[in-house]
Design a protein around this ligand. Structure first.
Ligand code: C2E
Ligand code: MG
Ligand code: MG
Ligand code: MG
Length: 284
């Protein structure tokens, strides 16, 4: 009986593994077609000034609704793109799409805000990354004040020399850098300063646990540290009034989360920009 149990367990395990491998293979194979077929969309989520309630910037988030596989989470397809060496190609495509959106909003005469673009370590480790960004920004004639980049603490595990050179190139042309998901990975104060990080985004796991003393202490410490280093703070994943009040009391500058708005597709975000602009026009 025990032998049979063991066999079943192994069988289940291999089947699960095979399913995972097959799924990964499908996603990997369909990525290029998904780009061609327009299955990849960019969604935008507002980032709000806690003090004034005004729209300050927005984060661009990739979405994939596959005809055959349904919705695929960005965490999944980004990590597969990274593993299979497609992240540079994919990242370049996403940046172009974002630049096209910015151009469209500009041509409509909208009040544009800076758009924060997520960059994977794999992209930052590519020697050509900085120049690729410069080229695209020039080609689309984008004012660099409208582009920001979000990097993660995993840059600490990457090739720091190349990453540093790429970041320097971006900083030279006036692009701002945020450290995303802060508090969950490994980053040193030295790294934050060397990479000239402008903003720190507190990971939503801490915001979720506001009300618990331990997590509140972590948030307070991050805000104090950021202030000492001259960096702004964004709280991500703000969902409730209680969380907002706690963060406001600490003078956290910026917030992002379902409390204000969920990520929305390009057309809805355009409407959001129009509405937002009109509101502040009339309010003065
Ligand atoms: P991230 O950069 O930390 O993005 C924030 C995530 O939090 C987004 O998940 C967003 O939808 C979610 N979020 C925002 N507000 C709330 C809230 O109030 N409650 C909750 N529960 N969640 C909230 P999303 O869009 O699923 O993206 C997940 C991750 O995938 C991103 O985390 C980022 O690491 C990666 N990602 C997404 N788009 C891109 C991309 O274009 N390039 C790269 N390299 N990575 C991307
Ligand atoms: Mg991000
Ligand atoms: Mg984040
Ligand atoms: Mg995240």
């Amino acid at each position: 009986k025990e032998e049979k149990d063991r066999e079943n367990k192994i069988k289940f395990f291999t089947e699960e593994m095979e399913k995972k491998v097959a799924e990964k293979f499908q996603i990997q194979n369909q990525m290029k077609d998904a780009i061609k077929n327009g299955e990849i969309q960019i969604y935008y989520q507002p980032i709000i000034s806690m003090e004034s309630g005004k729209l300050e910037s927005a984060e661009a988030l990739a979405r994939w609704n596959s005809k055959t596989l349904g919705w695929i989470l960005p965490e999944k397809f980004i990590s597969i793109a990274e593993e299979t060496g497609q992240m540079n190609y994919f990242g370049e495509y996403l940046l172009k799409r974002i630049c096209q959106d910015i151009k469209r909003w500009e041509s409509l005469g909208l009040n544009i805000v800076p758009i924060a673009v997520n960059i994977s370590v794999k992209q930052l480790e590519n020697k050509k990354f900085g120049d690729m960004v410069k080229k695209i920004i020039k080609r689309y004639k984008i004012d660099t004040k409208y582009i920001e980049f979000e990097i993660t603490e995993s840059v600490s595990t990457g090739d720091i020399n190349i990453i540093q050179k790429n970041i320097n190139k971006l900083k030279e042309i006036g692009i701002k850098i945020s450290m995303d998901d802060f508090g969950t990975g490994y980053s040193s104060l030295e790294m934050l300063l060397n990479l000239h990080v402008d903003k720190i985004k507190i990971d939503k796991v801490f915001i979720e646990r506001i009300g618990k003393e331990r997590d509140e202490k972590i948030i307070m410490t991050i805000i104090q540290m950021a202030r000492a280093l001259g960096m702004k703070v964004v709280a991500e994943g703000v969902e409730t009034k209680q969380q907002l009040d706690f963060l406001r009391n600490l003078n956290c500058e910026l917030g992002q989360g379902y409390f204000w708005a969920k990520p929305m597709n390009s057309s809805d975000f355009k409407k959001y920009l129009i509405k937002n602009f009109n509101n502040y026009e009339t309010k003065g």
